[in-house]
Design a protein around this ligand. Structure first.
Ligand SMILES: [Zn+2]
Length: 390
């Protein structure tokens, strides 16, 4: 049996690639359709409408789609192409939400200039959704692979996946590999490593006093916070990839009142889970230190993205590179400081590759673009990599 499997795999790969080959225009038409549905992370009706459009399309091909209801954010849609055998599945990830406000499409919908497509979320990541949908359809059209292929379409990645994370982690636990179709890098590379990111809210309480009459009776929360910020920023170490940034500060009442309160928003970036385990207690120590007598401080975690460590993408990337070569393009892996859902699956030890969607850039701006000439080949390369897991 093992002797036959390479032949089976090649045959399946060829069939999948051939099914996709004439469908570039169809893919672009779907991209156009999905971009023209407003779907900000907080717009449940919008992200659900994108989910329904995807579900209709997949169900028309006979692909089963399960809808997991969510109250606050958009529902999670889970599609599955069954395997020829019972086996652990390949998992495709994609988020349907964008950072753009409801109504953006009316003034700035999908448009195209040559090979570039524009519009809200065109690269991040409606282009990637199209790639996932067509990879799934192609694998379904050839009768499936020896293992199931599951795709999860979530709705709140841009705000840290508050409702998507649990579904993603639950799905990742049964997966042999995870493919996340965030946009490909402008260089054409895929993403083999991502920093993890955590944000915190810091609150310092002091004691108010008149700064002229009884200055000595006060305890300045602003001074305490300022001292903490200097020490927090000193944790940054470019050599190891740790970065701390207090990006927002607030505090105090008037210029002649010793500040009774001060607040800050802290962002932390790290490369490994081990670094996070080390640095978070240091941050807490700095926050709780009594820099100014009479003040006290608390720290609350706000959001967390785990890192995609390169050890979890290495083998999958080697397979992807081979698949890309078969499709006809050269590709490298790239590390980025930006966070994504792929960190959650990698942190569970599941092989994960990211940035597999069409190449795009200027995400989260009005100039966001997607390179349409990469839509088909990158979908083919991802589908071929999935076939190669057989
Ligand atoms: Zn994204």
């Amino acid at each position: 049996m093992t002797v036959q499997s390479p032949i089976l795999e090649n045959d399946l790969t060829d069939k999948v690639l051939a099914w996709l080959a004439p469908r570039a225009d169809e893919m672009e038409a779907l991209l156009h359709r999905l971009v023209d549905i407003d779907s900000n992370s907080f717009d449940k009706a919008g992200t659900d409408a994108v989910g329904e459009a995807i579900a209709d399309l997949l169900q028309a091909d006979g692909i089963a789609v399960r809808r997991i209801r969510k109250d606050k954010f958009g529902d999670v849609f889970r599609a599955e192409v069954p395997g020829q055998k019972a086996n652990s599945y390949a998992l495709l990830l994609g988020h349907r939400d964008t950072v753009f406000a409801k109504g953006t499409v009316t003034t700035r919908g999908y448009s195209r200039q040559g090979d570039l497509a524009f519009g809200p979320g065109v690269a991040d990541m409606k282009g990637g959704l199209v790639a996932n949908i067509f990879a799934l359809r192609a694998i379904n059209a050839v009768g499936g692979l020896p293992f199931p292929v599951v795709a999860l379409f979530t709705s709140d990645e841009e705000i840290g996946s508050p409702s998507g994370r649990a579904e993603i982690e639950a799905a990742a636990k049964g997966a042999r590999a995870v493919f996340n179709s965030e946009p490909g890098r402008v260089s054409g590379n895929v993403v083999t490593g991502r920093k993890g990111g955590a944000s915190f809210h810091i609150k310092v309480t002091g004691r108010a006093a008149h700064s002229g009459v009884n200055h000595e009776a006060g305890a300045s929360a602003i001074e305490a916070l300022a001292r903490k910020i200097v020490r927090l920023h000193a944790l940054t170490d470019y050599a190891t990839g740790i970065a701390t940034n207090v990006g927002v500060i607030k505090g105090g009442n008037t210029h002649n009142t010793v500040a009774p309160w001060a607040e800050a928003e802290l962002d932390l970036r790290f490369i490994t889970l081990e670094q996070r385990a080390q640095i978070v207690p240091e941050i807490e120590k700095i926050v709780h230190a009594k820099d100014v007598p009479g003040t006290s401080a608390e720290i609350e975690p706000v959001a967390l993205f785990l890192p995609l460590e390169e050890k979890h993408s290495k083998d999958l990337f080697a397979a992807y590179r081979k698949a890309a070569e078969k499709v006809g393009f050269a590709v490298d892996g790239e590390f980025t400081g930006g966070c994504a859902d792929s960190g959650f699956t990698a942190a569970l030890g599941v092989p994960t590759l990211c940035g597999l969607g069409p190449v795009g850039g200027k995400a989260h701006t009005d100039d966001e673009f997607c390179r349409l000439d990469t839509l088909l080949p990158r979908t083919q390369a991802m589908a071929a990599t999935i076939c190669a897991l057989a």
